[in-house]
Design a protein around this ligand. Structure first.
Ligand code: AMP
Ligand code: MG
Length: 345
């Protein structure tokens, strides 16, 4: 199969017709959302959704998010009281927030991985919204990468993983947030974050003070409630490790590591503060931005991992960040990319 790429510029959506036609015929289309690129299929067509699992190599028990273009679409896909969902939707939608709710019979079993709940999001990206609105049905769209790899934040990275496997890719430029949505479980009494993302625990607690983070995300002895969280994820091809401590401590650990590994090509992905110190070294350096600007850091980490893989480094060292605010989502991804390993300790 040849993958066609269409580029959308200046909100000129005329050429989206072919994307909508393919989706209506049960084919796959990759497209941008504000978080990462998604691999889309008609969410109410089980045969189409099955193609997502095949193209990504995704385990069947990892449920998919349905993307909607308005709250009415969500109502048809769910049952039960929607009071809390409406409050969060008013505040954070369209945007990087996914709500887990009791599902209606309209939702195919393959979407929910056999659970009696469904995950739903209303994206803010205009191309994504336009596709859903024109299709008139929810679009199932996990990240458009081969399962286990870092999520793609631009069209060329999406093509790296899916070229020849899908008929169409919509190129809408690089994504803004760069990390996947926050998944919030509203199917239980206490709102729980099942996957941290752009909408932080602090932001959620402004609305529901009792909200918390799924313990399974924090403790190694407890299974996470979101099936996806148990899988190997976001892994670069190179061996990856984190580094932590004071700035001076990190510089010393890294200097030792470089000395102990003279034959290895090493990549460093770090804040500007740490990157600057190694800018004239032999390292391949990916500057994530100033460490106080977590929005920028978040938007750069998947791109950084992919860029270092393209440079064929043997080892990637990633700076660890504090887990406050958006730092929780950043560290959730980095811990998975590195299998929670640190150098120098
Ligand atoms: P992805 O779209 O690949 O970024 O992943 C979607 C995430 O949402 C995965 O971590 C899934 O396990 C999670 N998810 C989807 N549906 C549900 C659900 N019904 N209950 C809990 N987690 C879900
Ligand atoms: Mg994913």
């Amino acid at each position: 199969m040849k993958t066609k790429v269409i580029k959308i510029q200046d909100e000129n959506f005329n050429s989206l017709d072919q994307a909508v036609d393919l989706l209506a015929q049960g084919q796959l289309v990759a497209f941008p959302t504000e978080t990462v690129y998604g691999l889309g299929a008609d969410g109410l067509n089980p045969q189409a959704v099955e193609k997502i699992f095949l193209a990504k190599g995704r385990p069947q028990d990892n449920p998919l998010i349905l993307h909607v273009s308005d709250f009415k679409m969500l109502e048809d896909l769910t049952r039960g009281d929607l009071t809390r969902a409406r409050i969060l939707a008013d505040r954070f939608w369209p945007g990087p927030m996914t709500l887990v709710l009791k599902k209606s019979d309209l939702v195919p079993g393959i979407i929910s991985g056999g659970l009696d709940t469904v995950a739903i999001r209303l994206p803010s990206n205009k191309i994504a919204q336009e596709l859903i609105r024109r299709l008139g049905r929810p679009i199932a769209a996990p990240s458009a990468n081969i399962s286990g790899r870092p999520s793609p934040t631009d069209a060329s990275t999406t093509l790296e993983d899916l070229d020849g496997k899908i008929p169409l890719l919509v190129d809408g430029g690089p994504t803004k947030v760069g990390l996947e949505s926050t998944v919030i479980d509203l199917s239980v009494d206490q709102p729980l974050i099942l996957r941290p993302g752009g909408i932080t625990l602090e932001m959620l607690r402004e609305v529901f003070p009792e909200a918390d983070i799924d313990l399974g995300l924090l403790s190694p002895d407890q299974a996470p409630k979101s099936p996806g969280q148990k899988y190997k994820h976001y892994a670069p091809k190179a061996e990856a490790y984190m580094i932590r401590g004071s700035l001076l401590g990190k510089v010393n650990k890294l200097t030792d590591f470089i000395r102990e590994n003279p034959d290895k090509k090493i990549g460093l992905m770090a804040s500007s503060q740490l990157s600057d110190i190694f800018s004239n070294s032999n390292l391949e350096v990916e500057d994530l931005g100033p460490w106080e600007d977590l929005d920028q850091v978040a938007s750069m980490i998947f791109k950084g991992l992919r860029d270092l893989d393209r440079k064929n480094v043997d080892i990637i060292i990633v700076e660890a960040f504090s887990e406050d605010g958006l730092g929780l989502a950043i560290m959730n991804r980095l811990k998975k990319s590195t299998a929670n390993r640190y150098i120098g300790e």
